[in-house]
Design a protein around this ligand. Sequence first.
Ligand code: 0L1
Ligand code: MG
Length: 260
Amino acid sequence: MTSLDYEKLAMELLNAEHEKREMVRLTIQYPNMTVEEAYAIQEQLVAMKQADGYRIIGPKMGLTSAAKMAQMGVNEPIYGYVFDYMIVPNGGTVAMNELIHPKVEAEIAFILKEDVQGPDIDATDILAATEYIIPALEIIDSRYANFEFALPDVIADNASSSRVVFGNRLVPPVSLELDLLGVSLSINGEGKAFGAGAAVLGHPANAIAMLANMLSRKGKGLKAGEIILAGAMTEAVRFVAGDVVFAQFDQLGTVSFRST
Ligand code: 0L1
Ligand code: MG
């Protein structure tokens, strides 16, 4: 570890989010920042949000598609945390003046009925510990200029987490084939992206298992009651004020919001 001031860097990220402005990515100033150091900054950022009174809804996986991993030159996804203040009701509004340059992606989330502690967790363990699957739209909003970053930057920035809209339909996993489950994402009635669960590391439960194993390296685990985003089934799509964003999931219903 170097002498990076994790708290100061986390505060810079928090201020950029509060002030809804882009900042210069951290690796411009610290090109040798490691993934380990980036997670240390993320931990500070998470602790600051908790100190502000916000509650974690659950961890989330990011960079779970082969395309995003190839683009970033990595072979392991990343994780971040979704907080209560990020939740938008289904059919509700997302205010553009609270965000910087948001994009939306379709995901599914797992609601656990049991704690899961790695290492050596696999998809079967996750499916056995899952009470419900719920559809979601995740709104990512990198705090970095032009949405451009290196891997440590996006880890430190809580994996670009910004807002999440969950659907209303909760379905036990036993009645679903999550890898084959499809989704279409449209904006103002125009199809923008299409995907399936297999885009998430072959099967979304693989992503949650990998998350459990990654967290176990830090002595952490997944907890019953958490709502855990598995990663994007579609590409992330930009939207602007006035857009109606709508996702239709196979067997899981619809999720939508309007941006103002
Ligand atoms: O949820 C995600 O997949 C975000 C991961 C970070 C990469 C990005 O912001 O595009
Ligand atoms: Mg995501």
